[in-house]
Design a protein around this ligand. Sequence first.
Ligand SMILES: NC(=O)c1ccc[n+]([C@@H]2O[C@H](COP(=O)([O-])OP(=O)(O)OC[C@H]3O[C@@H](n4cnc5c(N)ncnc54)[C@H](O)[C@@H]3O)[C@@H](O)[C@H]2O)c1
Length: 316
Amino acid sequence: MSADRSTVDEPSLSGRVALVTGGARGIGLAVSRRLHALGASVVVADCGVSIRGDEPEPTVAEGVARELGVRAVPFTSNLTDPEGAANAVAAAVTHFGGLDLVVNNAAILRDGFIFKAKAADWDAVLRTNLSAPFYVLAAATPHLREQAKSGRAPGRIVNIGSSTGLYGNLGQSAYASAKAGLLGLTRVVAMDMARSGVTCNTVVPFAATRVTEAIQPANPAQAEYKARALKLPARFVADLVAFLCSAEAGDVSGQLLGVRGREIFLFSQPRPVATWCAPDSGSGTPPFAGAFKEHFASRFTDMRTDLEAFNTEPVI
Ligand SMILES: NC(=O)c1ccc[n+]([C@@H]2O[C@H](COP(=O)([O-])OP(=O)(O)OC[C@H]3O[C@@H](n4cnc5c(N)ncnc54)[C@H](O)[C@@H]3O)[C@@H](O)[C@H]2O)c1
C-alpha cells in the first residue's frame, strides 16, 4: 500500500452481504474485490455481455467468484427482467442468509446521434441501465426493510451513474437519459428507505475500463480526455463505494458523488438558480422574450460535454 493510501480508513464489512451487478469487469470487479476484501460476502451478478449488451458469457462471473473464493458466488442471468433481478436477490439470501449492500453498476452503451438513433438501442440501454436497477431494488428493498425491522444493521444502496447523465455528451441520448433517470431513482429510494435507516446514493465514476476504451474521440480535446481517463485505476471508485456501504456512512443518503482518482466530488443537484414571475398573459401580450433573457441569460447552464468539463490531469 502506498503512503497516500495508508491514510484511507478501512471500514469493516464483515458479516455483510453484497450484490454487485456487473461485478465481474471494470469498476464492478474492483467493487466486488474491495467489498470482499473488507469481509463482505459477494454475489457477483454479471452475465458477461459485450459493451453493447450482446453475447453473454457466464464464465466471466464464474471466474471472478472462483478468484474471490469463499464468501463469493456468481449469478449469471440477465438482470433486465424482474425475474432475473429477483433471482439475483434470492441468490444472496439463499447463499448468505440475507442482503445488505446493493451496488447497481451494470450498464451497456449503444451510441448514435439522435437523428440516427434506433428505438431498439434506446430500449436496450434504458432496460439495462435504468429498469434493471429498478427491478433489483424492487426485489431487494423488501428484504432490507424486514431486516432493519428485525434489528439487522441497515442496508446500503449505491447506484453507479455517469457524468454523461449530468452534462450530456454527443450521441449518447439513451445512455445519458438512463443515467439521469438513475438520479431520480436514487432520490426516491433514499426517501422511501429513510425510515429503515437504509441509504441510497449515486456515484459518478471515472476509471480506465472498456467503457473508457470505447470513447471515440470527436476532437483533440476528447482524445486528451481519453488518454487522461485511461490512467485512472478503478480501485478509487471501489474505495468510495466501500465507504458508502459502511456503518460510518449512515448519514449520507440521496447524494450525488463523483470519484476521479483521489478527487472526490460532491455534486449539486438541480435546484432553481433564478426566479422570475412572468406577466399573466390574460392581461395582454407580455414582453416575454426581453424579460426572460434579462432574468435568466446570465445564469444559463453552459453546453460543455462531460468530456470537456473533466479534461484535467488526474490526481492519483
Ligand atoms: N469507466 C468509466 O470511466 C465510467 C464513466 C462513467 C460511468 N461509468 C459507469 O460505471 C459502470 C461500470 O462501467 P465499466 O466501465 O466498468 O463497464 P464494463 O463494461 O467494463 O462492465 C460492465 C459489466 O456489466 C455487465 N452487464 C451489462 N449488462 C448486464 C446485465 N443486463 N446483467 C448483468 N450484467 C450485465 C457486463 O457483462 C460487464 O461485465 C457502468 O454503470 C458505467 O455506465 C463508467
